[in-house]
Design a protein around this ligand. Structure first.
Ligand code: SF4
Ligand code: SF4
Length: 109
């Protein structure tokens, strides 16, 4: 049976900061609690940004299903919207988009 998380968001953030600050991360990483990934804003260390061209997008939703960080949401018209708090710039969506509708912008330029 899955342990129910009884911490408030503030308590969980504090617990993660204390136990799992990035300097203390164990080899291979860890998921301390179900749902705790929301506190790890992977977009902070992204070097690339996934940008969609709606005119080219066919609304197939492949990017939505393949994003490893659940950083893609679909708007009411079923176009993808990237959440840059969590998009880590991996490029999977751009690589897999059958319509070539996603471009990876280099944030260092
Ligand atoms: S994979 Fe490409 S075509 Fe499909 S919804 Fe995403 S951006 Fe649009
Ligand atoms: S670049 Fe990676 S993390 Fe960002 S939206 Fe695309 S698949 Fe998700």
């Amino acid at each position: 049976m899955t342990k129910k998380n009884t911490l408030t968001d503030k308590e969980m953030k504090s617990w993660i900061d204390e136990k799992w600050g990035y300097e203390k991360l164990p080899m291979g990483g860890s998921v301390p609690y179900p749902g705790s990934s929301v506190f790890f804003k992977t977009g902070d260390w992204s070097a690339f940004k996934a940008v969609v061209t709606n005119e080219t997008c066919t609304k197939c939703m492949k990017c939505f299903f393949l994003c490893p960080d659940s950083a893609i949401h679909m708007d009411d018209d079923r176009y993808p919207i990237m959440d840059f708090d969590y998009c880590k710039g991996c490029g999977i969506c751009a690589e897999e988009c059958p319509a070539d509708a996603i471009e990876m912008k280099d944030l260092s330029q």
